[in-house]
Write a protein that binds this ligand. Structure first.
Ligand SMILES: [Zn+2]
Length: 488
């Protein structure tokens, strides 16, 4: 049997605000003492009233604008009920029927367009950790409420992703937008971004995708979907989906029915593990939160927030390849991080003062991806530009440029001083070498005559003589050039 793979992705991103979503507790709790960033609101004490964080809502709108979403004119908050020790109110404030952003899209490097169903605002829950007392073996749990109430946005795609690779690329694109627009640091190791794919496999030709939904054709019974939780890295998005697809196909081949369920990704073992059968929306008893009034978003608000939009990687790749003649591969690597693309653009502008535009683009990309990555330290843009221009003038080789850079960085030397010294000593060496070569010519008159008579292979012998006289310290190419010049 042949199957199609159907993937939808939910991505939670912790937005970068000073305070939590509904109270004034500070968000910067990483590695802080547990339960030090708390107040009656985020502890869920009775009678405490939530006040929405304006900046968090702006960041949610910004994400919507960057992904071509429609922005709702009214903001509604709803209560999503469930019981869990890390949710002290017994409900999470989220958005149900009217998310802030809806119907967006993002085009991947593969040119596949991913449709975004919604982006909504919600609050994070607390963090539980589970322990065992070593003397008695008794198990207990601790809860840290520092994370409770931190603003989150949830990006939900339609089930329109057809490969693990595209799912990974979509998560990567969302992370880049977060960083470019300062919506979030999206550091997955710190839990600032979490991905939850839902996956199903359907027999080829037995289903269709219509209005964002998967529908069966004829009397075909759709296979249930499986959701994977706890994905803590971008590579794990691709790996976990690939694993799950293989597992689902095996289940079907063995004649088993696929149950709707939530599974966890075990990164150490590289497998997914059963967690629970999945709740439906009805189980959550969504209802409007009566403590939070409806917030209106005006056109002026949208215009103001739009000013925070900057050129995104997709547009940068297009500009670098079209205007600067940089290869598509290099453009992708450079624009994958905001820091690198800023460095590239500054270096390009500096080089443009001495080189033509195309040459400046190509050299900036080559040296950034070669020398700067290899050195792995902050290379001063002016220093690097100076060396690149010298390289283009044929005054130094790339290897020498790298040595000079390393030396200056490690020993805190000035690059123009070192470059002057190098140029001076290399012209002295060239003069010395010329003298030596004149001597070699004088002492090898027979070989010179042979060469002049057209026996060009004698050149090798003459270069050998130069190398012997200089005890191998001369550059053979340079020696050959000088010999040819003198023998003309
Ligand atoms: Zn609080």
């Amino acid at each position: 049997m042949e199957y199609d793979i159907i993937i939808g992705l939910e991505i939670h991103v912790q937005t970068k605000t000073e305070s939590k979503m509904f109270c004034s507790c500070k968000t910067g709790y990483f590695q802080e003492e547990p339960n030090t960033h708390v107040c009656p609101v985020c502890l869920g004490l009775p009678g405490a009233l939530p006040v929405p964080n304006k900046r968090a809502i702006e960041l949610c709108i910004l994400m919507g604008l960057a992904t071509n979403c429609t922005i709702n004119k009214e903001i509604h908050f709803d209560r999503k009920h469930y019981f869990y020790p890390d949710l002290p109110k017994g409900y999470q404030i989220s958005q149900y029927k009217e998310p802030i952003c809806s119907n967006g899209s993002l085009t991947l490097p593969s040119q596949n367009k991913i449709e975004i169903e919604r982006i909504h605002q919600e609050e994070d829950v607390a963090k539980s950790t589970h322990h065992t007392e070593s003397s008695t073996g008794k198990e207990y749990s601790l809860i840290d409420y520092n994370k409770s109430g931190v603003p989150l946005i949830e990006i939900v795609t339609k089930p329109c992703i057809r490969s693990a690779r595209d799912a990974k690329d979509f998560a990567t694109a969302i992370r880049q937008i977060c960083r470019y627009l300062n919506i979030s640091d999206a550091d997955m190791e710190k839990g600032q971004m979490r991905c939850e794919p839902n996956i199903s496999i359907q027999e080829k030709g037995k289903w269709e995708y219509k209005d964002g939904k998967i529908l069966s054709i004829g009397d075909y019974k759709l296979n249930a979907k499986v959701e994977i939780k706890n994905i803590g890295s971008i590579t794990a998005v691709e790996k976990s989906i690939a694993y799950e697809v293989k597992r689902l196909i095996e289940e079907k081949e063995n004649g088993k029915e696929i149950m709707q369920q939530t599974r966890g990704w075990n990164a150490d073992k590289g497998i997914t593990e059963f967690q629970r059968s999945k709740e439906t929306a009805d189980d959550y008893r969504y209802m409007p939160d009566p403590d939070i009034p409806i917030i209106e978003i005006s056109k002026q608000d949208i215009d103001r927030i739009s000013k925070e939009l900057v050129e995104l990687p997709e547009q940068k790749i297009e500009r670098y390849t079209r205007e600067y003649g940089v290869s598509e591969y290099a453009s992708k690597v450079i624009s994958s991080s905001k820091q690198n693309s800023e460095y590239f653009e500054k270096l390009f502008n500096k080089l443009k003062e001495s080189l033509d535009e195309k040459e400046a683009g190509i050299q900036a990309a080559n040296w950034l991806m070669g020398t700067v990555y290899a050195i792995g330290k902050d290379v001063d843009i002016n220093d690097l530009a100076l060396l690149i221009v010298k390289f283009k003038e044929g005054k130094i080789t790339k290897g020498i440029a790298e040595e000079l850079l390393k030396d200056c960085l490690e020993n805190n030397k000035d690059i123009s001083d070192e470059l002057n010294k190098f140029e001076k000593s290399s012209s002295e060496n060239a003069n010395k070498l010329e003298d030596i070569i004149k001597e070699v010519i004088k002492n090898n008159q027979k070989a010179i005559q042979d060469y002049k008579d057209g026996k060009t292979s004698t050149m090798g012998y003459l270069v050998g003589q130069v190398m012997q006289t200089t005890k191998g310290s001369a550059n053979p190419n340079e020696a050959r050039n000088i010999l040819e010049k003198l023998l003309k």
